[in-house]
Design a protein around this ligand. Structure first.
Ligand code: HEM
Length: 507
C-alpha cells in the first residue's frame, strides 16, 4: 500500500497506481497515471509560511474577509482544483462531480478542521465541558454527542411541534415592524438577530429573552450581550484556525473568543440550572430541545451545556444572514414576490389564519424562494472536510490530513452549472415548472452534506419559511439598499445595511 509520504518523496512526475485501484475504489482511476498532490495547480508556496503571505495586507492578493473573491481568483488562475498551503494542505474543489466524489469518500465520522482555538478553550475548562462540542470535536467523541442529541433536532414530528411557538414570536416581530413603522433608513440586520435569538430561545430552551423590550435593547442587557457573544465566538474562528500565536499567548482575537464563550456558558448554565428542578416533574409539557435533552436517561449535564452554547453560536447569525439575503432577493424581484403572495394568500386566506404543518408543506413556491436564495447566498462559502484516508480525485492523489473546501458559493454562480446563474429564479427548483432545471445535487449545499451536515437544517428552513410567509402575507417589501455582497467572518455576512421598506397589504 502506498503511504502519502512515499508518494510525496517520489520524484517521478507520474506514479502508476494501477495496482492500487482497488484501494481507492474508484472506476475513474483505472489504468490511469496518478499524479502527486504537489502537482495540483495553486499559488506559490514558500517554506514555513506556505501560501500564508497571500493573505498579508499590502503583499498578498487575498483578503481573509472576502473568501468568495479569493475563490473566484483562484479558479480563474488555476482551474477547478486548487491547492493551497496556509500551514496545512488545503484543496479547493469547484466542480459538483468532484464535490460528490469528495463526499462519497467521507468517513463514518466525517471530520472538519475548524474551531481549533475554541476546542482548546473548552478542553481547558473540564469543570464546565466534557468535550469541544459538536462544532469542533471529531471522531468517536463527535458521534457520541451527535447521536445523543440529533433526534431532538431532526425528527419531523419534533420539528413540526415548534411551528406554533415560532409563529407566535414571528407575529410579535411583524407587529413590531407595524408599530415602529420601520423604514429603510435603518439596518434591519440587528433586529433580525434579535428575532432569531427570540425564536431559538423558545424552540431550544423554552426561554423568552424579550429582546425587543426597551430594557433588553440596552447594550448591557442579556439579549444584547448574548447576540454580541455569539458573533464574538464566530468572527475570530477563521483567523484563529489559520494562526498559531494564540497558542503562545492570549492574542486579542483569542481573548474575544474566550470572553464570548464565557458569556454564552453563563447564559446557558443559568437557563439550565433554573430548569433542572422544574424538569424533575415527569410530565412538564415542555417540548423545547432542552426539555427533550433533559428527559433522556443519563444525559451528562456538561454535554448539555456544550450543546446549548453550540446552539447559541450556530443559530443566530446563520438564520439572520440567510433571512437578510432572502429579503434582498425577494425585495428586488417584484414578480417573484407577487407569486409568493398569491401562494401565501391562497394558503392563508385571512391575515390571522394560522400556519400548520400541512400549510407549510404546500408552500412550494416559498420554499423554492428560500432554496434559490441559499444557492446565491449560502452562509458558508463551501463545506470543509478533513480527509481521513488517501484517495484519488481526477488523477491526483489527495493525502490523508488534507483540508478540502468545496467551493459551492462560487460554483453555484457559474453558467456551466446553472442557467442565468445570477438571476433569482425560484422556478428552476420546481419540478412541474417550465423553467425547471436538473441542477447537480452537489452544486448547492447550504447545510452541508451527510452525517455531519447542519443538525438543525429542518428547523432553520421551517423558521425562515414561517417568517417569509408571515411577512409577505402582511407587507409588500422593497429593497432600498445597494447591491449586497458578502464579508466572510466564518460565515457570510451582508456587507452593507439591510435596507427595506415595508408597505402594508390591505387584503
Ligand atoms: C439558515 C440557517 C443555517 C445554515 C445555512 C446552517 C448551515 C450549516 C452548515 C453549512 C454546517 C456545516 C455542515 C457540514 O459540515 O456538512 C452547519 C453545522 C451545524 N449547524 Fe447549522 N446552519 C443554520 C442554522 C443552524 C441552527 C438554527 C442551529 C442550531 C439550532 C445550527 C446548528 C449547527 C450545528 C450544531 C452544526 C455542527 C454539526 C456537526 O458538526 O455535527 N445551525 N450548519
Amino acid at each position: 500500500m502506498y503511504k502519502s509520504s512515499k508518494i510525496f518523496s517520489n520524484r517521478f512526475k507520474y506514479v502508476n497506481l494501477v495496482s492500487n485501484v482497488a484501494k481507492y475504489g474508484s472506476d475513474k482511476t483505472q489504468n490511469c497515471n496518478v499524479r502527486s498532490f504537489e502537482e495540483i495547480p495553486g499559488p506559490k508556496s514558500y517554506p514555513i509560511i506556505g501560501t500564508l503571505h497571500q493573505y498579508a495586507p499590502f503583499i498578498g492578493d487575498y483578503d481573509v474577509e472576502t473568501l468568495d473573491k479569493n475563490a473566484w481568483l483562484n479558479y480563474r488562475r488555476y482551474g477547478s482544483l486548487v491547492r493551497e498551503t496556509p500551514g496545512v494542505n488545503v484543496l479547493h474543489v469547484y466542480d459538483p462531480e468532484d464535490i460528490e466524489t469528495v463526499f462519497r469518500q467521507d468517513h463514518r465520522f466525517p471530520a472538519r478542521r475548524s474551531h481549533i482555538a475554541m476546542y482548546h478553550y473548552r478542553m481547558n475548562k473540564p469543570d464546565v465541558y466534557k468535550t469541544g462540542g459538536l462544532l469542533s470535536t471529531n471522531g468517536e467523541e463527535w458521534w457520541r454527542l451527535r447521536s445523543t442529541f440529533q433526534k431532538n433536532f431532526t425528527s419531523p414530528k419534533s420539528v413540526k411541534s415548534h411551528i406554533e411557538s415560532t409563529e407566535i414570536v414571528i407575529r410579535e416581530f411583524i407587529n413590531w415592524i407595524k408599530e415602529r413603522n420601520v423604514s429603510h433608513n435603518e439596518d434591519l440586520l440587528p433586529y433580525l438577530n434579535r428575532l432569531n435569538l427570540e425564536v431559538i430561545g423558545v424552540v431550544a430552551f423554552n426561554e423568552r429573552f424579550r429582546s425587543f423590550s426597551p430594557e433588553e435593547q440596552d447594550p448591557t442587557s442579556r439579549s444584547s450581550k448574548t447576540i454580541d457573544a455569539a458573533f464574538g465566538s464566530n468572527c475570530g474562528i477563521m483567523k484563529l484556525d489559520k494562526g498559531f500565536m494564540w497558542k503562545i499567548f492570549q492574542t486579542p482575537v483569542y481573548k474575544r473568543l474566550a470572553d464570548s464563550q464565557t458569556y454564552l456558558e453563563k447564559v446557558s448554565t443559568d437557563i439550565l440550572y433554573n430548569r433542572i428542578h422544574y424538569f424533575e416533574q415527569p410530565e412538564d409539557g415542555d417540548i423545547s430541545l432542552l426539555g427533550s435533552f433533559l428527559k433522556q436517561p443519563n444525559v451528562d449535564l456538561k454535554d448539555v451545556i456544550g450543546v446549548m452554547v453550540d446552539i447559541l453560536m450556530a443559530a443566530i447569525d446563520t438564520t439572520a444572514y440567510s433571512t437578510s439575503f432572502a429579503l434582498y432577493h425577494i425585495g428586488r424581484n417584484p414578480e417573484v414576490q407577487q407569486k409568493m403572495f398569491e401562494e401565501i394568500s391562497t394558503l392563508l386566506p385571512t391575515k390571522d389564519a394560522k400556519i400548520t404543518p400541512d400549510i407549510l408543506s404546500k408552500a412550494i413556491y416559498v420554499r423554492a424562494c428560500l432554496k434559490e436564495s441559499l444557492r446565491l447566498n449560502p452562509v458558508s462559502v463551501g463545506i470543509g472536510r478533513l480527509t481521513q484516508k488517501d484517495f484519488v480525485l481526477r488523477d491526483y492523489i489527495i493525502p490523508e490530513g488534507t483540508v478540502i473546501v468545496t467551493q459551492n458559493f462560487v460554483a453555484s454562480r457559474m453558467p456551466q452549472y446553472v442557467k442565468d446563474p445570477l438571476k433569482f429564479k425560484p422556478e428552476r427548483w420546481i419540478r412541474d415548472s417550465e423553467s425547471y432545471e436538473n441542477i447537480h445535487p452537489f452544486l448547492s449545499l447550504p447545510f452541508g452534506f451527510g452525517p455531519r451536515s447542519c443538525i438543525a437544517r429542518r428547523l432553520a428552513e421551517q423558521n425562515i419559511c414561517i417568517f417569509l410567509m408571515r411577512l409577505i402575507r402582511d407587507f409588500n417589501v422593497t429593497w432600498m439598499g445597494e447591491d449586497l455582497g458578502i464579508k466572510t467572518l466564518l460565515i457570510n455576512k451582508p456587507d452593507k445595511p439591510v435596507s427595506l421598506s415595508f408597505t402594508s397589504r390591505i387584503v
